[in-house]
Design a protein around this ligand. Sequence first.
Ligand code: ATP
Ligand code: MG
Length: 441
Amino acid sequence: MRRTRLFLPTLKETPAEAQIVSHRLMLRAGMVRQSAAGIYTWLPMGLRVLHKIAQIVREEQDRAGAQEVLMPTIQSAELWRGSGRYEDYGKEMLRITDRHDRELLYGPTAEEVITDIVANEVTSYRDLPKNLYNIQWKFRDEVRPRFGVMRGREFLMKDNYSFDLDKNGAVHSYNKMFLAYLRTYARMGLKAVPMAADTGPIGGDLSHEFIVLAETGESAVFCDQALLDMDAPGDDLDYDSDLQPQVDKWTAHYAATDEMHDADACDVADDQLITARGIEVGHIFYFGTKYSEPLGAAVQGPDGQKITLEMGSYGIGVSRLVGAIIEASHDDNGIIWPESVAPWTVGLINLKVGDADCDATCERIYADLGAAGVEVLYDDRDERAGGKFADMDLVGIPWQLTVGPRGLKDGKVEVKHRADGEKSELAIDALGDWIDARAKS
Ligand code: ATP
Ligand code: MG
């Protein structure tokens, strides 16, 4: 992508309305613009990151055996009356009336929609288990939308729903998601700690929140340092094996949000106990037959008996993650994207646009990167070098490649690694290998 063609409205000034660093940086880096309170337009760079995050979520869901669907944003009130939640949900639900005076709502979550589908379409025990997910916009009329996309009213969520024949099966489905979540966050460069959670309005008796520690987090949390030293399951994770021991390794360590914290039950030594603030980036629930019972999601068992399905639901805040990653990875100059979610892998800076040698070299590098499948943002604007460097740091692209007349005389370009600021010179002859290395990482 050429910077001269890209719609990337970066700002030098810090917008006054933004209270936390991720919100400030998302505005300054031209990722989003607020359209109404808690409702945002995603601009090209923001959308690229959002898509990368969603894609990691998707790959890990698929790998764990879940199947993607797409449910509507607008749901019928009738369905929610069926589960008894229409009245209960309260003011966070945006209620809509259509021209025929039928009551609709903008879905804050989708237990009712998916349970209804399964109730109608799944009839035999042979069709189970099933785990269905979608990545779809939700709306919750939050009392206090704030912190940009972290607590929006409209936000993108991955939500999925598991259906099993019995509690053992349901717990296995829950465990799959527990481990898939750890892998998902790790791939985005985040350490998310699973914490025992309150099941809240979703209901049920087994629940964990996944929390990224950050000063600006909305929840106070308490956890064993050991959890921060543990690694997510690797690529050899076998979802068909008994997952309980792996989950137990995590849940054996104390971790709780303030709502669930019990100082008497906390067995962590003082010097091992982390007291911090955290951002909730995911929440998983097992709730048995809470929705399947009233909505009639049942199948016929092998002996013809009726089996009401055991369910769980699992959410990841996809749009909130964009903010959470920035909270976890930035410096005074801007965002520092982990490569896996970066909008582009390489930022190419032409220090002297109009200089034949600089232009030709940049064009060649730009083409070579493209041919190797490395995503590149080429700053081809005829502007001051200082401004270009500042902008490149602000938008946080992992690798910066600077081409200037002085370096070219010696047959060199400069490479800067955004994360540690380390700079080095690279011979033009060695660029091919460097590009290959970017293509692999
Ligand atoms: P919170 O306590 O932060 O309001 P929740 O418990 O209401 O979250 P869930 O219903 O479990 O959230 O939704 C799943 C995920 O969706 C959350 O873990 C969070 O990452 C994300 N999420 C929830 N509400 C919002 C919001 N208003 N804006 C952005 N993301 C949200
Ligand atoms: Mg909420």
